[in-house]
Design a binder for this molecule. Structure first.
Ligand SMILES: Nc1ncnc2c1ncn2[C@@H]1O[C@H](COP(=O)(O)OP(=O)(O)OP(=O)(O)O)[C@@H](O)[C@H]1O
Length: 247
């Protein structure tokens, strides 16, 4: 099936872990769409399935049921090599733990996706991303010589240099202090507004979700709500209303 407006789309996603008494239904039939040029935050209580959803739609994990498309490519049924290429060439990832290679400099980490793909560095984009993230003076440092905020900006640069169709960020500010968080979120926001990127971010923090265009709420493996043009107050209210409904 062909679809053109969504950067990512999934229907009927079910993911179960374990069996018998220890069986957990992490995703209980999720339909979701992430439009191009939009910043979406995914929120919900601990264990509600946020990371599982992100991993399944990003091709890092496979759902037991359902279908995922990135652009016009259906992930289900892709062979391992094709999936690896898709993740490398068309998707960017930012994780809470930065995941930089410790022996490489910041610049080498940033350009790693080109080296892994055996492609020439897109110098123009590399320069622009480095400038946007204000990393010019740190390019020859190794990760251990950088602050957490700087390491996460390097990770962000690495996620963006290939100009991916979608950037998935899993708790990207989880290990940062509030000013480094604000800097990083501001950058993700600008990458959507100025560069037209599509960002999907899992977060626990209403203040972080407020940078998004919309917030999706997950509970017990179900999508239970959506908020457009969020601010921290409205996100918090909505989270509380789900907690109340569960009480
Ligand atoms: N590899 C796994 N094996 C068994 N159960 C798992 C596994 N991964 C996740 N789960 C379970 O699936 C459910 C959803 O987990 P998931 O990590 O997606 O939630 P989350 O909303 O991201 O949580 P958190 O906010 O705490 O990170 C949880 O009950 C979790 O314990």
């Amino acid at each position: 099936m062909t679809q053109t407006t969504a950067a990512v789309r999934a229907t009927g996603l079910v993911k179960r872990y374990g069996s018998g008494d220890s069986r957990v239904v992490a995703l209980a039939g999720v339909d979701v769409e992430f439009r191009r040029g939009e910043f979406t935050a995914i929120m919900g209580p601990s264990g509600s399935g946020k990371s599982t959803l992100m991993h399944c739609v990003a091709g890092l994990d496979q759902a037991d049921e359902g279908t995922v498309w990135i652009g016009d490519t259906e992930l289900t049924g892709l062979r391992d090599t094709a999936l690896t290429h898709l993740r490398r060439d068309r998707v960017g990832f930012v994780f809470q733990a930065f995941n930089l290679l410790p022996t490489l400099t910041a610049l080498e980490n940033i350009t790693l996706p080109f080296d892994l793909a055996g492609r020439r560095h897109d110098q123009d984009t590399v320069r622009k991303v480095i400038a946007a993230l204000n990393l010019q003076s740190r390019l020859h440092h190794r990760p251990s010589q950088l602050s957490g905020g700087q390491q996460q900006r390097v990770a962000c640069a690495r996620a963006l240099v290939t100009r991916p169709e979608v950037v998935f960020a899993d708790e990207p500010t989880g290990a940062l202090d509030s000013s480094a968080s604000a800097e990083l979120l501001g950058f993700l926001r600008r990458s959507v507004d100025a560069l037209g990127r599509t960002v999907v971010m899992v977060t626990h923090e209403p203040t972080a979700a407020a940078y998004a265009d919309r917030v999706l709420f997950l509970k017990d493996g179900h999508l239970v709500g959506e908020l457009r043009a969020p601010d921290a107050g409205s996100v918090l209210e909505r989270m509380k209303s789900f907690e109340k409904a569960a009480a």
